[in-house]
Design a protein around this ligand. Sequence first.
Ligand code: SAM
Ligand code: SF4
Ligand code: SF4
Length: 334
Amino acid sequence: MLVDTLGRPLQDLRISVTDRCNFRCTYCMPRDIFDHDYEFLPREDLLTFEEIERLTRIFADLGVRKVRLTGGEPLLRRGLETLIGRIAAIDGIDDLTLTTNGSLLARKAAALAAAGLGRVTVSLDSIDDEVFRAMNDADHSVADVLEAIEVAAAAGLAPIKINAVIQRGVNDGGIVAMAERFRHTGHVVRFIEFMDVGTANGWVMSSVVPTSEIVSRIHARWPLEPIDPAYRGEVAHRWRYVDGAGEIGVISSVTAPFCRDCSRLRLSAEGVMYTCLFATGGTDLKEPLRAGADDQALRDIVVSTWEARTDRYSERRTEVSLDLPKVEMSYIGG
Ligand code: SAM
Ligand code: SF4
Ligand code: SF4
Protein backbone atom coordinates (compact mmCIF):
# COMPACT_ATOMS: atom_id res chain seq x y z
CA MET A 1 0.00 0.00 0.00
CA LEU A 2 1.27 3.46 -0.93
CA VAL A 3 1.41 5.73 2.14
CA ASP A 4 2.70 9.26 2.75
CA THR A 5 5.03 10.53 5.49
CA LEU A 6 2.14 10.47 7.99
CA GLY A 7 1.08 6.93 7.08
CA ARG A 8 -1.97 8.05 5.07
CA PRO A 9 -2.88 5.79 2.14
CA LEU A 10 -3.79 7.05 -1.32
CA GLN A 11 -7.47 6.07 -1.75
CA ASP A 12 -9.52 8.91 -3.21
CA LEU A 13 -9.07 10.79 -6.44
CA ARG A 14 -10.84 14.01 -7.42
CA ILE A 15 -10.58 14.82 -11.07
CA SER A 16 -11.35 18.32 -12.27
CA VAL A 17 -12.53 18.07 -15.88
CA THR A 18 -12.81 21.81 -16.54
CA ASP A 19 -11.93 25.05 -14.77
CA ARG A 20 -14.96 26.80 -16.32
CA CYS A 21 -18.33 27.30 -14.71
CA ASN A 22 -21.71 28.80 -15.61
CA PHE A 23 -22.18 30.02 -12.00
CA ARG A 24 -20.22 32.78 -10.31
CA CYS A 25 -20.68 31.74 -6.68
CA THR A 26 -19.41 34.67 -4.68
CA TYR A 27 -17.37 32.41 -2.38
CA CYS A 28 -15.72 30.49 -5.23
CA MET A 29 -15.56 32.44 -8.52
CA PRO A 30 -16.37 36.06 -7.66
CA ARG A 31 -17.43 37.87 -10.81
CA ASP A 32 -15.02 40.77 -10.39
CA ILE A 33 -12.10 38.33 -10.72
CA PHE A 34 -13.61 35.63 -12.96
CA ASP A 35 -14.78 38.18 -15.53
CA HIS A 36 -14.59 38.45 -19.34
CA ASP A 37 -10.84 38.97 -19.20
CA TYR A 38 -10.15 35.98 -17.01
CA GLU A 39 -7.97 33.47 -18.81
CA PHE A 40 -9.36 29.98 -18.46
CA LEU A 41 -7.32 27.01 -19.61
CA PRO A 42 -7.11 26.71 -23.39
CA ARG A 43 -8.85 23.61 -24.74
CA GLU A 44 -5.61 21.97 -25.88
CA ASP A 45 -4.28 22.11 -22.33
CA LEU A 46 -7.15 20.02 -20.95
CA LEU A 47 -6.35 16.37 -20.50
CA THR A 48 -8.22 14.29 -23.05
CA PHE A 49 -10.53 11.49 -21.87
CA GLU A 50 -7.88 8.97 -23.00
CA GLU A 51 -5.26 10.72 -20.87
CA ILE A 52 -7.53 10.91 -17.83
CA GLU A 53 -8.40 7.22 -18.20
CA ARG A 54 -4.75 6.23 -18.46
CA LEU A 55 -3.78 8.20 -15.35
CA THR A 56 -6.79 6.86 -13.43
CA ARG A 57 -5.69 3.28 -14.19
CA ILE A 58 -2.29 4.10 -12.71
CA PHE A 59 -3.89 5.66 -9.62
CA ALA A 60 -6.23 2.67 -9.24
CA ASP A 61 -3.27 0.35 -9.42
CA LEU A 62 -1.72 2.31 -6.54
CA GLY A 63 -4.79 2.00 -4.32
CA VAL A 64 -7.39 4.56 -5.43
CA ARG A 65 -10.89 3.13 -4.95
CA LYS A 66 -13.07 6.24 -5.14
CA VAL A 67 -13.17 8.74 -7.97
CA ARG A 68 -15.12 12.01 -7.90
CA LEU A 69 -15.47 14.15 -11.03
CA THR A 70 -15.62 17.85 -10.35
CA GLY A 71 -14.52 21.24 -11.63
CA GLY A 72 -15.43 24.09 -12.35
CA GLU A 73 -18.76 22.71 -13.48
CA PRO A 74 -18.07 19.17 -14.71
CA LEU A 75 -21.26 18.95 -16.77
CA LEU A 76 -19.94 21.73 -19.02
CA ARG A 77 -17.38 19.25 -20.35
CA ARG A 78 -18.87 17.86 -23.54
CA GLY A 79 -19.36 14.09 -23.71
CA LEU A 80 -18.64 13.55 -20.03
CA GLU A 81 -20.62 10.30 -20.11
CA THR A 82 -17.90 8.84 -22.34
CA LEU A 83 -15.31 9.53 -19.64
CA ILE A 84 -17.65 8.10 -17.00
CA GLY A 85 -17.98 4.88 -19.00
CA ARG A 86 -14.20 4.60 -19.29
CA ILE A 87 -13.54 5.21 -15.58
CA ALA A 88 -16.38 2.94 -14.46
CA ALA A 89 -14.74 0.11 -16.36
CA ILE A 90 -11.39 0.40 -14.54
CA ASP A 91 -10.59 -2.49 -12.19
CA GLY A 92 -10.49 -1.37 -8.57
CA ILE A 93 -12.68 1.73 -8.91
CA ASP A 94 -15.73 0.83 -6.85
CA ASP A 95 -17.21 4.28 -6.29
CA LEU A 96 -17.64 6.84 -9.07
CA THR A 97 -19.37 10.09 -8.23
CA LEU A 98 -19.81 13.63 -9.51
CA THR A 99 -20.22 17.01 -7.84
CA THR A 100 -22.34 19.47 -9.81
CA ASN A 101 -24.19 22.74 -9.40
CA GLY A 102 -27.21 20.95 -10.85
CA SER A 103 -27.96 23.42 -13.65
CA LEU A 104 -27.45 20.87 -16.44
CA LEU A 105 -28.20 17.75 -14.43
CA ALA A 106 -31.87 17.23 -15.26
CA ARG A 107 -30.94 17.03 -18.94
CA LYS A 108 -28.01 14.70 -18.43
CA ALA A 109 -28.85 12.49 -15.44
CA ALA A 110 -30.15 9.50 -17.40
CA ALA A 111 -27.13 9.37 -19.71
CA LEU A 112 -24.73 9.74 -16.77
CA ALA A 113 -26.39 6.91 -14.87
CA ALA A 114 -26.44 4.70 -17.95
CA ALA A 115 -22.72 5.31 -18.46
CA GLY A 116 -21.94 4.00 -14.97
CA LEU A 117 -22.03 7.00 -12.63
CA GLY A 118 -22.93 5.77 -9.13
CA ARG A 119 -24.13 8.87 -7.31
CA VAL A 120 -24.17 12.66 -7.49
CA THR A 121 -23.61 15.45 -5.04
CA VAL A 122 -25.57 18.58 -5.91
CA SER A 123 -24.56 21.95 -4.52
CA LEU A 124 -27.39 24.14 -3.24
CA ASP A 125 -26.60 26.83 -0.71
CA SER A 126 -30.09 28.01 0.11
CA ILE A 127 -33.70 27.16 -0.66
CA ASP A 128 -34.55 30.85 -0.57
CA ASP A 129 -34.55 31.87 -4.23
CA GLU A 130 -33.37 35.40 -3.62
CA VAL A 131 -30.47 34.30 -1.43
CA PHE A 132 -29.52 31.52 -3.86
CA ARG A 133 -29.54 33.81 -6.88
CA ALA A 134 -27.38 36.33 -5.04
CA MET A 135 -24.93 33.58 -4.10
CA ASN A 136 -24.63 31.97 -7.55
CA ASP A 137 -24.64 35.43 -9.17
CA ALA A 138 -25.77 33.95 -12.49
CA ASP A 139 -29.56 34.02 -12.19
CA HIS A 140 -30.05 30.31 -11.55
CA SER A 141 -33.15 29.42 -9.55
CA VAL A 142 -33.68 27.07 -6.63
CA ALA A 143 -36.54 25.42 -8.57
CA ASP A 144 -34.17 24.29 -11.35
CA VAL A 145 -31.79 22.67 -8.89
CA LEU A 146 -34.62 21.00 -6.96
CA GLU A 147 -35.98 19.59 -10.20
CA ALA A 148 -32.53 18.30 -11.13
CA ILE A 149 -32.27 16.54 -7.77
CA GLU A 150 -35.56 14.73 -8.38
CA VAL A 151 -34.66 13.76 -11.94
CA ALA A 152 -31.27 12.47 -10.80
CA ALA A 153 -32.87 10.44 -8.02
CA ALA A 154 -35.36 8.95 -10.48
CA ALA A 155 -32.46 8.06 -12.77
CA GLY A 156 -30.94 6.00 -9.95
CA LEU A 157 -28.24 8.42 -8.80
CA ALA A 158 -29.54 8.34 -5.23
CA PRO A 159 -29.10 8.77 -2.34
CA ILE A 160 -28.18 12.32 -3.28
CA LYS A 161 -25.95 14.50 -1.16
CA ILE A 162 -26.66 18.20 -1.18
CA ASN A 163 -23.72 20.49 -0.40
CA ALA A 164 -24.51 23.81 1.26
CA VAL A 165 -21.65 26.19 2.07
CA ILE A 166 -22.73 28.35 4.99
CA GLN A 167 -21.51 31.93 5.39
CA ARG A 168 -22.45 34.12 8.30
CA GLY A 169 -24.72 36.97 7.31
CA VAL A 170 -25.24 35.48 3.83
CA ASN A 171 -27.24 32.25 4.10
CA ASP A 172 -26.99 31.16 7.74
CA GLY A 173 -30.53 32.39 8.32
CA GLY A 174 -31.74 29.55 6.07
CA ILE A 175 -30.06 26.60 7.80
CA VAL A 176 -33.23 25.27 9.44
CA ALA A 177 -35.34 25.81 6.29
CA MET A 178 -32.74 23.92 4.28
CA ALA A 179 -32.82 21.03 6.75
CA GLU A 180 -36.62 21.02 6.71
CA ARG A 181 -36.84 20.90 2.92
CA PHE A 182 -34.86 17.66 2.78
CA ARG A 183 -36.30 15.85 5.82
CA HIS A 184 -38.19 12.73 4.73
CA THR A 185 -36.68 12.80 1.23
CA GLY A 186 -33.82 10.33 1.69
CA HIS A 187 -31.39 12.99 0.43
CA VAL A 188 -28.67 14.15 2.81
CA VAL A 189 -27.82 17.82 3.23
CA ARG A 190 -24.19 18.38 4.09
CA PHE A 191 -23.53 21.74 5.68
CA ILE A 192 -20.00 22.91 4.88
CA GLU A 193 -17.95 25.47 6.73
CA PHE A 194 -16.82 28.27 4.43
CA MET A 195 -13.16 27.59 3.68
CA ASP A 196 -10.20 29.81 2.84
CA VAL A 197 -9.56 28.04 -0.47
CA GLY A 198 -7.62 30.04 -3.06
CA THR A 199 -7.14 33.77 -2.67
CA ALA A 200 -10.14 35.23 -4.53
CA ASN A 201 -13.04 34.73 -2.12
CA GLY A 202 -12.20 37.28 0.58
CA TRP A 203 -12.41 34.67 3.35
CA VAL A 204 -12.33 35.87 6.94
CA MET A 205 -12.72 33.70 10.02
CA SER A 206 -15.73 35.71 11.19
CA SER A 207 -17.70 34.58 8.12
CA VAL A 208 -17.38 30.92 9.13
CA VAL A 209 -20.38 29.44 10.92
CA PRO A 210 -18.97 26.59 13.05
CA THR A 211 -20.70 23.28 12.42
CA SER A 212 -21.36 23.01 16.18
CA GLU A 213 -23.64 26.04 15.78
CA ILE A 214 -25.29 24.59 12.67
CA VAL A 215 -26.04 21.33 14.48
CA SER A 216 -27.37 23.08 17.57
CA ARG A 217 -29.70 25.28 15.53
CA ILE A 218 -31.21 22.23 13.79
CA HIS A 219 -31.17 20.16 16.99
CA ALA A 220 -33.23 22.85 18.75
CA ARG A 221 -35.99 22.31 16.16
CA TRP A 222 -35.71 18.55 15.54
CA PRO A 223 -33.47 16.63 17.98
CA LEU A 224 -30.42 15.01 16.40
CA GLU A 225 -28.10 12.19 17.48
CA PRO A 226 -24.65 11.38 16.09
CA ILE A 227 -24.08 8.41 13.75
CA ASP A 228 -20.77 6.54 13.69
CA PRO A 229 -18.64 7.23 10.61
CA ALA A 230 -19.20 4.71 7.79
CA TYR A 231 -15.44 4.43 7.21
CA ARG A 232 -12.13 5.91 8.37
CA GLY A 233 -11.49 9.27 6.79
CA GLU A 234 -15.16 10.08 6.14
CA VAL A 235 -15.18 13.83 5.63
CA ALA A 236 -18.67 14.57 6.93
CA HIS A 237 -19.78 14.01 10.51
CA ARG A 238 -23.21 12.41 10.33
CA TRP A 239 -26.24 13.13 12.49
CA ARG A 240 -29.68 11.51 12.33
CA TYR A 241 -33.02 12.97 13.30
CA VAL A 242 -34.30 11.21 16.40
CA ASP A 243 -37.79 11.20 14.85
CA GLY A 244 -36.56 9.10 11.90
CA ALA A 245 -36.82 11.83 9.24
CA GLY A 246 -33.36 11.10 7.83
CA GLU A 247 -29.87 12.43 8.39
CA ILE A 248 -27.61 15.43 7.81
CA GLY A 249 -23.85 15.79 7.51
CA VAL A 250 -21.53 18.57 8.60
CA ILE A 251 -18.09 19.22 7.16
CA SER A 252 -15.97 21.00 9.74
CA SER A 253 -12.86 21.70 7.69
CA VAL A 254 -12.12 24.85 9.64
CA THR A 255 -13.16 24.14 13.23
CA ALA A 256 -12.35 20.39 13.36
CA PRO A 257 -9.84 19.56 10.61
CA PHE A 258 -9.48 15.98 9.45
CA CYS A 259 -6.03 16.05 7.83
CA ARG A 260 -4.79 13.02 9.70
CA ASP A 261 -7.14 10.78 7.72
CA CYS A 262 -6.88 12.64 4.42
CA SER A 263 -6.35 10.14 1.62
CA ARG A 264 -7.29 12.45 -1.27
CA LEU A 265 -5.34 13.33 -4.36
CA ARG A 266 -6.55 15.96 -6.83
CA LEU A 267 -5.88 16.07 -10.54
CA SER A 268 -6.48 19.42 -12.24
CA ALA A 269 -8.06 19.68 -15.68
CA GLU A 270 -4.62 20.32 -17.17
CA GLY A 271 -3.05 17.30 -15.52
CA VAL A 272 -1.35 18.77 -12.46
CA MET A 273 -1.56 16.60 -9.37
CA TYR A 274 -2.16 18.24 -5.97
CA THR A 275 -1.85 16.50 -2.62
CA CYS A 276 -3.84 19.15 -0.70
CA LEU A 277 -6.83 21.40 -1.42
CA PHE A 278 -4.81 24.32 -0.10
CA ALA A 279 -1.69 23.62 -2.13
CA THR A 280 0.40 26.38 -3.63
CA GLY A 281 1.97 24.05 -6.16
CA GLY A 282 1.51 20.65 -7.78
CA THR A 283 3.25 17.99 -9.83
CA ASP A 284 2.69 18.08 -13.57
CA LEU A 285 1.76 14.77 -15.19
CA LYS A 286 0.67 16.13 -18.57
CA GLU A 287 4.13 17.10 -19.73
CA PRO A 288 5.67 13.66 -19.18
CA LEU A 289 2.46 12.02 -20.46
CA ARG A 290 2.58 13.96 -23.73
CA ALA A 291 6.35 13.50 -24.02
CA GLY A 292 5.78 9.75 -24.24
CA ALA A 293 6.47 8.55 -20.69
CA ASP A 294 5.47 4.93 -20.16
CA ASP A 295 3.14 3.81 -17.34
CA GLN A 296 6.03 2.87 -15.07
CA ALA A 297 7.59 6.33 -15.37
CA LEU A 298 4.24 8.03 -14.61
CA ARG A 299 3.67 5.66 -11.72
CA ASP A 300 7.10 6.53 -10.31
CA ILE A 301 6.19 10.24 -10.31
CA VAL A 302 2.94 9.55 -8.43
CA VAL A 303 4.66 7.26 -5.94
CA SER A 304 7.48 9.68 -5.14
CA THR A 305 5.04 12.60 -4.82
CA TRP A 306 2.70 10.72 -2.46
CA GLU A 307 5.57 9.25 -0.43
CA ALA A 308 6.93 12.77 0.17
CA ARG A 309 3.52 14.18 1.16
CA THR A 310 3.41 16.10 4.46
CA ASP A 311 0.24 18.24 3.94
CA ARG A 312 -1.95 19.13 6.86
CA TYR A 313 -2.96 22.67 6.02
CA SER A 314 -6.25 22.75 7.92
CA GLU A 315 -4.60 21.57 11.12
CA ARG A 316 -1.96 24.30 10.74
CA ARG A 317 -4.29 27.05 9.48
CA THR A 318 -3.56 29.38 12.36
CA GLU A 319 0.24 29.00 11.99
CA VAL A 320 0.35 29.37 8.20
CA SER A 321 0.35 32.77 6.54
CA LEU A 322 -3.01 33.40 4.90
CA ASP A 323 -1.20 35.22 2.10
CA LEU A 324 -0.01 31.99 0.47
CA PRO A 325 -0.67 31.96 -3.32
CA LYS A 326 -3.06 28.99 -3.04
CA VAL A 327 -4.70 27.61 -6.17
CA GLU A 328 -8.41 28.38 -6.70
CA MET A 329 -11.19 25.90 -5.88
CA SER A 330 -12.65 26.16 -9.40
CA TYR A 331 -9.26 25.10 -10.80
CA ILE A 332 -8.27 22.35 -8.39
CA GLY A 333 -11.77 20.93 -7.97
CA GLY A 334 -13.71 20.82 -4.70
N1 SAM B 1 -19.35 23.32 -9.70
C1 SAM B 1 -19.60 22.13 -8.95
C2 SAM B 1 -20.41 22.45 -7.72
O1 SAM B 1 -20.52 23.60 -7.33
O2 SAM B 1 -20.92 21.49 -7.13
C3 SAM B 1 -18.34 21.37 -8.59
C4 SAM B 1 -17.14 22.16 -8.16
S1 SAM B 1 -17.31 23.09 -6.65
C5 SAM B 1 -15.74 23.84 -6.53
C6 SAM B 1 -17.32 21.78 -5.45
C7 SAM B 1 -17.85 22.15 -4.08
O3 SAM B 1 -16.96 23.06 -3.47
C8 SAM B 1 -19.20 22.81 -4.09
O4 SAM B 1 -20.10 22.11 -3.27
C9 SAM B 1 -18.92 24.18 -3.54
O5 SAM B 1 -20.01 24.69 -2.80
C10 SAM B 1 -17.71 23.94 -2.67
N2 SAM B 1 -16.93 25.15 -2.41
C11 SAM B 1 -16.46 26.04 -3.30
N3 SAM B 1 -15.79 27.03 -2.68
C12 SAM B 1 -15.84 26.74 -1.36
C13 SAM B 1 -15.35 27.38 -0.17
N4 SAM B 1 -14.64 28.50 -0.24
N5 SAM B 1 -15.58 26.80 1.02
C14 SAM B 1 -16.28 25.64 1.09
N6 SAM B 1 -16.76 24.99 0.04
C15 SAM B 1 -16.56 25.54 -1.17
FE1 SF4 C 1 -19.06 27.05 -10.06
FE2 SF4 C 1 -19.19 25.18 -8.23
FE3 SF4 C 1 -17.55 27.25 -7.88
FE4 SF4 C 1 -20.15 27.65 -7.74
S1 SF4 C 1 -18.93 26.37 -6.37
S2 SF4 C 1 -18.69 28.89 -8.93
S3 SF4 C 1 -20.93 26.21 -9.19
S4 SF4 C 1 -17.37 25.71 -9.43
FE1 SF4 D 1 -6.42 17.02 3.21
FE2 SF4 D 1 -5.13 19.33 2.86
FE3 SF4 D 1 -7.73 19.31 3.52
FE4 SF4 D 1 -5.88 18.60 5.33
S1 SF4 D 1 -6.12 20.60 4.42
S2 SF4 D 1 -7.83 17.52 4.89
S3 SF4 D 1 -4.38 17.57 3.98
S4 SF4 D 1 -6.85 18.52 1.59
